[in-house]
Design a protein around this ligand. Sequence first.
Ligand SMILES: *Cc1c(COP(=O)(O)O)cnc(C)c1O
Length: 386
Amino acid sequence: MIKKHNTYLDYAATTPVDHRVVELMLPYFTEMFGNPSSIHAIGQNAENALELSREIVANLLNCKPDEIIFTSCGTESDNLALRGIALAERERRGTNRILISPVEHHAVSHTVQQLQRHFGFDFDVLPVNEYGQVTPEILNEFISDDTAVVSIIYANNEIGTINPITDLGSICKSKGIPFHTDAVQAASFLPLDVQSLHLDSMSVGAHKFYGPKGVGVLYQRKDLKLLPTQTGGGQEAGRRAGTQNVPYIVGMAEALRLVSEERIVNIQHIQPLRDRLIGTILEEIPDVELTGHPIQRLPNHTSFVFHGIDGNKLLMGLDVAGFACSSGSACKTGDPEPSEVITALGFDRDWALGSLRITLGKDTLPDDIDHFLMELPGIVASLRDL
Ligand SMILES: *Cc1c(COP(=O)(O)O)cnc(C)c1O
């Protein structure tokens, strides 16, 4: 049952769909239901909406429309990019090594593990600094002629840290090595211009920026070969078969347009609330540390470790008090192991198990933060007394 006073502070897990987006989507379920691959007028109506959405997204990413591949989610985009590029590059250049960071989403890290176990690839997990960043020096050390593809997350979901993507991208570009980034968390707040970021490939998922769940984008530079992993019809120029989800794609394009247009307003609203949350928690609660970078982090993102506390118990305590937060990645709920991302930052187990993520959104009110800050110290203290 949803409690009456439920304050949502988990925008990194998902966001509500913007009402303006829902409005725009609705006709595409009914009146404009056509298959965009059909030749007749009803099909062509859907095709027009699909291609308009592609142009909108391409404009926002500063690429060409035929460099946009619509997928079913951020996870699929990551999978298609990693598997598709690794296999194509091995065929083209005989390269066998994949470089990732230890703070990738499982959509990247588990794909790379599978590529190693079942497809004969090797991979290196690049070391990160205490904030979870891959530095250009580190990438320079590891990149080689045998590198098939480099994938480094743009902004991390668990700790909010932003990576120096432009610098990493220009290293890859100068060596002619394909560079992919998972921009699923970054899309709401950070520049997505794939040219100035020096990206060959970038994944985005709509439900992290007030669009619907179950739809995503893969930007893939046109002259970079990609072996399709989903084969069938010729949709998405043969790179991703399957009839496109037109209503969701229309909704995603509108959501991305709105979030880009309203980016500065949203940041001006959210970032001061984030800073108050971080400042107050560090000041008023003993034995707590911020995880991730203090400045180079997403403007809506706060994450901490509380010494000697079980993060899941903390989440449950907060839930009872009416606050929806997260302890790292949403997929890990119930997992008693400390998060790999927090561990990669160098925290011991008795710190890492007590992780808490509080992420804000455009509907977060100053009152929500005040109430949260009134409740949290007592909940932490009572768990430590047990
Ligand atoms: C949410 C998320 C994903 C997965 O996206 P889905 O659309 O939920 O599949 C991938 N990477 C990051 C960084 C995410 O935050």
